[in-house]
Design a protein around this ligand. Sequence first.
Ligand SMILES: Nc1ncnc2c1ncn2[C@@H]1O[C@H](COP(=O)(O)OP(=O)(O)OP(=O)(O)O)[C@@H](O)[C@H]1O
Ligand SMILES: [Mg+2]
Length: 267
Amino acid sequence: MTKTIGVISIKGGVGKTTTVSNLGALMSSQFDKKVLMVDANFSGPSLGLHLGVVNPKQTLHDVMTNEAHITTAIYEHEAGFHVLPGALMGKKVNSYALKSKLEEIKHMYDVILIDSSPNLNDEMLATMVASDEILVVSSPDYPTLSATLHAVKVAKEKKVPITGLVLNKVRGKSFELSLKDIEEASDVPVLAVLKDDINVLEALAASKVAALHKPKTNVSIEYSKLAGALLGQNVRDPRMLNRVRDIFIKDFEKQAVNRQVLVSNRK
Ligand SMILES: Nc1ncnc2c1ncn2[C@@H]1O[C@H](COP(=O)(O)OP(=O)(O)OP(=O)(O)O)[C@@H](O)[C@H]1O
Ligand SMILES: [Mg+2]
């Protein structure tokens, strides 16, 4: 059955598009899934640019205004996954039509990932309505946490299951909020902790997906483990030191424990 996963935050620039593009690319290349990534950030689309789809002829905007059939606005990336980009200068659309438009092609995919708007408006609500489950992206600072708590509240009111939180751009500084603080405030499990990593910016500058471009970085490995957990699979850490720590010291990170619970629930 196709799984539609919405990626949201009520804050710009925290890493929604980066999360969608890395998870989608890994689910396709590492887990062999048929993946479609959809840019439902109608007012500020950028997924196409993250994935090297520049100036697409047809876009999701054309689909939403009934000027194009959805299949004509889907592009195949050289790595095998599919992208449904938005138009940078797109017309105003009725975002709530997203769900019914995606229904038409859902059967073609194992996973559909929806990249959302950072604003609490119809665009974000449309992503929630079209999704079977939600991932919330946050960073470890108070303004973002407060926006995250708001996003969690709205998703709960809409009765959209929240699978977990992705904690991004972590620098490991003592002034940052901890995973524990964030879990306690939101009552949502943190499923991945991603370092603030220059490789992510370097990959973006080259229109490449970081996890495919530099698969051995902390960010890439963490995205790979998250992609696996969302698909109900455990991913072994390729780093020898981390494996030794897990086996002998049994110092499991909380996000790893949360992913294990998710995998068990999905079996
Ligand atoms: N872990 C990371 N380390 C370093 N840079 C990152 C990381 N994650 C994302 N970035 C960078 O932060 C910027 C914003 O990321 P992204 O576009 O994914 O955010 P967004 O939440 O989708 O933003 P918007 O709300 O505007 O759509 C980009 O330049 C991206 O490359
Ligand atoms: Mg974005």
